[in-house]
Design a protein around this ligand. Sequence first.
Ligand code: 13P
Length: 250
Amino acid sequence: MRRNLVVGNWKMKINQQSAQKLIGEIIAGLPSEDADIVVCPPYVYIPEVSQRLEGTTIGLGAQNVATHSEGAYTGEIAAVMLKDFSCKYAIVGHSERRANYADTDETVAQRFKQALDADIIPVLAIGELLEEREQGVTFDVVAKQLNAVIDFAGIDSFQNAVIAYEPVWAIGTGLTASAEQAQEVHQYIRQLLAGKNQQIAEKIQILYGGSVKPQNAQALFAMPDIDGALVGGDSLNADSFLKIYSSFQK
Ligand code: 13P
């Protein structure tokens, strides 16, 4: 049985003070049982959020990771550096990085492998643009994005990875894929993996991302291949984030 996982991506939408307040509220509001919940602050707040999370079951993640482990890469943060601050997860291939920072299937695959090599679980984000959905090529797009990583890192590397399906047209727009639309793609992703390794396909957590809110979390959770959520906007409000988290508890 897969456990559900809820990940908050704070993006660049927070400052030091609001980050402290938010993490305090999440810690205070979380039920005490073992929690499958993760927050991904901007890099610079990782040390202090990491400190606050000591002794809690809340996981820490980064929003990106460098393509190399060390070297002359000004401005980059290596996976091993994140590991120093107990980061357990790193998002790789977010559509905002693909669109605005020239991330390609190849660099995403490198980031994925860097995370794994440092014992960090990559949260591989994939998803189609609105035009691509309208052209009916959604499956082709997610297959290409996923296969690029499988070819580079090997199918076995997905033993310790998470996939996040985030249709680009649903991110920050208030438009959510319907639970059925999301399920269809999640099922496709799982089948693609099953064609290569059945056990990995059954075990891997596939999260949905794109305008997840307390109002739609329940319907998404009800779908057999949706194993949690990658939340942007609503992860910045402790009450909403915790409501979403509760909706995903079995
Ligand atoms: P929103 O929840 O704000 O649509 O963002 C989704 C996302 O990009 C999470 O990584």
